[in-house]
Write a protein that binds this ligand. Sequence first.
Ligand code: NAP
Length: 231
Amino acid sequence: MPTLLITGANRGIGLELSKHYLAQGWQVHACCRKPNDANALNDLAKNYQDMLTIHALEVTNESQMGSLKETLHNKPVDMLINNAGVYALEASQFGKTDDKAWDEAVAVNLIAPMKMMEHFVENISISGKKIIASMSSKMGSMDDNGSGGAYAYRATKAALNAVMVSAAQDLRHLDITALILHPGWVRTDMGGPNGEISAEQSAKMLAEILDNCSIEDSGTFFDIDGSVISW
Ligand SMILES: NC(=O)c1ccc[n+]([C@@H]2O[C@H](COP(=O)([O-])OP(=O)(O)OC[C@H]3O[C@@H](n4cnc5c(N)ncnc54)[C@H](OP(=O)(O)O)[C@@H]3O)[C@@H](O)[C@H]2O)c1
């Protein structure tokens, strides 16, 4: 069965994507910062003992990422989903630039997905599906920015899009498809209670895109309904 490697899998969209692919029979390597506190994932592991492996991964911690690389050495990874992300509320308002919040947004939303690709490209290249998907946001689209604010979030997601378009070019010779996804406005801790869809719906719709993509889609910025978002 295919294998998924996903970050930020303990709650929100990451948890629902993990559940979705487990239900489809995939092997799932679910990464989270604190496995001992990841109650929902630990509950899932009771039902999917042989299919779900939970790994400790703070995505800004390169030595943890290196250990995971060693653990997964020579194992095919069909799909890497860079899902972990932060909104960086303290770096969202004009006149209130907080360096620490900016640094965290850059580290988590931008550099970590890049490093995940670099660490696991070999695993992906020896798999059947060969997909890398990064969870971006429509808020990273210049065209869509009609309301301003969210400086660090918008900037890091826009830069993530640029990283993914370069990766799409650079990894094409390995037959790897690199996708950029907007999961919708989702009712999670980040999206808040007024979001338009549940995390379960979002995961189902994202999986529809992921299950039907091909190398021709590499470098595309997909909306949750499968349409293309302009940069
Ligand atoms: N919700 C929306 O409406 C929406 C819209 C557009 C895009 N997105 C994107 O979709 C992705 C998932 O969002 P969500 O709504 O599910 O968010 P969420 O409920 O806030 O969950 C965020 C996840 O990222 C993890 N994370 C944050 N910083 C991390 C770090 N340094 N190392 C490892 N994991 C870290 C969190 O782990 P902890 O539990 O340890 O904090 C959590 O698992 C994000 O990239 C987000 O930008 C969401």
